[in-house]
Write a protein that binds this ligand. Structure first.
Ligand SMILES: Nc1ncnc2c1ncn2[C@@H]1O[C@H](COP(=O)(O)OP(=O)(O)O)[C@@H](O)[C@H]1O
Ligand SMILES: [Mg+2]
Length: 487
């Protein structure tokens, strides 16, 4: 079986999720679709499995172009997908769920279905009890059930979107063994969508890498990790010359912090930042940089180690205390953590003001909001609900809300998803603050952004961090090794 994606493009509003992507998948192989969050992996695979339609391009199976209107169409042509966000499961038993998924409605023979279910689960050592209710299953067990269901529908191509997120190490071992067997013995094409290099290296034989909606290259696996990283993160560009700001007093001092998060522990990370310094945090998503930056904002208290601001201990202080002390944090999920859907720009402005009076002067709030809109080049009006603005405008507006003379500004993916022009405007604003003495710490998945703007780079891998003191001396290979772990 040969599946070809030809020139697939898909946009969501102004976001180009997939741009002219062409890929091939053959039976007997395990492929990786690799890329950082937001690269367009899920979109591409949803198109291939009939869950979403492409704006342009086609899906060709064994020379025949398909017209997929729904996942059931794709399954009929042998393509099945396990989605990243588990679909809602009705309160069925495993057996009922297994039966209900069949085309043409109810399987006529429950006993036969039970037998088939038992046969497949036994072959793979899944141990699914047909009488258990689906809503009591772990994510790993639901995955197993979905694989069994798709196999019983005779799919020849199995797509798994970030399947190792949220499952145990044992379940992962079982899963990977199953996938290897399906490729080797059943000659199926397996496609693993992932941003985790270690999973890709362990399982796959060919990696297709996406970056910002485009296909940027393929690698036969195994290969040096740094080569995969270089594709995922882009090239290291020449560092632009920019005014060197003299490093002032040390404002933030983090010493040997340990942060226990759900999936990893940040261990023994230290950082001393002085005023006007820009520190870039690099690393694959989930390497600890998100926890670290939240610890610096007072959102994630460390288990041990110390955090000081201007010499004052803040180790177990609250977000409010950090904010009082001049620290601001702009998270990546603007709509989830930063801005509030349904509220207008003026209301956002009013909410962020600390006024001695218990009431809000709406007239004044509208006026100042209009001023900020103008100064920060935001396309929107004081009365616009925030969600009606494009990503770049939301980000610029969020920046405009930050008060002046901050000691430390913490930013997570400040320009993710933005066009070059918007990204440049954001950095102009940030560098102005730097000139005024604000220290900036930011996370980015764009190596050129990290190298261009950082005075120093802290690279995270598996919860540990390595300091790069001179970004100008950094080569793509060296950064790749640090980001991808050396072994
Ligand atoms: N249904 C949607 N509506 C609007 N934007 C979307 C939608 N799905 C994905 N996007 C956007 O498309 C881009 C690619 O997303 P996605 O394919 O989920 O990436 P990945 O799976 O690689 O993390 C992102 O910028 C994302 O915000
Ligand atoms: Mg995804």
């Amino acid at each position: 079986m040969l599946v070809e994606l030809q020139n697939i493009s898909k946009t969501f509003g102004r976001v180009r999720a997939n741009q002219d992507i062409s890929l091939k998948f053959e039976g007997g192989h395990i492929y990786a679709i690799l890329g950082e969050n937001g690269a367009g992996k899920s979109t591409l695979m949803k198109i291939m499995s009939g869950y979403q339609s492409a704006d342009r391009g086609q899906i060709v199976v064994d020379g025949q172009a398909l017209d997929l209107k729904a996942p059931t169409d794709a399954i009929a042509h042998g393509i099945g997908m396990l989605y990243q966000d588990p679909l809602d499961f009705p309160p069925f038993t495993i057996l009922e769920n297994f039966i209900a998924g069949r085309p043409g409605g109810i399987f006529p023979d429950r006993a036969a279905a039970r037998q088939q279910l038992a046969a497949i689960t036994e072959r793979f050592g899944f141990g699914l009890d047909p009488n258990r209710y689906v809503d009591t299953l772990t994510i790993g067990e639901r995955q197993q059930l979905e694989i069994v269901r798709l196999l019983s529908l005779n799919v020849r191509v199995l797509v798994l979107d970030e399947p190792t997120t949220g499952i145990s190490a044992e379940q992962k071992t079982i899963l990977f063994n199953v996938l290897k067997a399906l490729a080797r013995d059943d000659r199926m094409a397996i496609i693993l969508v992932s941003h985790k290099l270690e999973d890709v290296i362990e399982l796959c034989d060919l990696a297709y890498v996406l970056r910002r909606g485009r296909f940027v290259g393929e690698k036969t696996v195994p290969c040096p990790i740094s080569e995969l990283v270089a594709l995922m993160f882009g090239k290291v560009v020449e560092r632009q010359n920019r005014p060197n700001v003299m490093c002032g007093d040390s404002v933030l001092t983090v010493e040997a912090v340990r942060i226990a998060a759900q999936r990893l522990t940040v261990e023994n990370v230290s950082l001393r930042v002085c005023s006007s310094e820009v520190i870039g945090l690099a690393g694959l998503d989930g390497s600890g940089q998100g926890e670290f930056i939240r610890a610096c904002a007072g959102l994630f208290p460390p288990q041990s180690g110390t955090i000081k601001l201007n010499g004052r201990s803040m180790t177990r202080a609250s977000y409010h205390d950090f904010s009082q002390a001049g620290v601001a944090f702009l998270p990546a999920g603007r709509m989830e953590e930063g801005l509030i859907k349904g509220m207008t720009l003026t209301e956002h402005f009013a909410l962020t003001q600390r006024s001695p009076r218990p009431w809000i002067n709406w007239f004044e709030a509208r006026q100042i909001t209009a001023e900020r809109i103008k100064n920060f080049n935001v396309k929107g009006r004081p009365g616009s609900p925030i969600q009606t603005l494009s990503g770049g405008n939301q980000q610029r507006f969020a920046l405009s809300l930050l008060r002046q003379n901050l000691k430390v500004l913490l930013l997570e993916h400040p320009t993710r998803g933005l066009d070059v022009e918007s990204a440049n405007t954001i950095w102009e604003q940030l560098l102005k603050r730097r000139e005024q003495g604000t220290a900036i710490i930011f996370i980015s998945a764009e190596l050129d952004e990290i190298v261009s703007y950082s005075d120093r780079i802290l690279v995270f891998f598996g919860g540990r961090a390595t300091m790069v003191d001179d970004p100008a001396e950094m080569t793509a290979d060296r950064l790749g090794e640090l980001i991808g772990g050396r072994e």
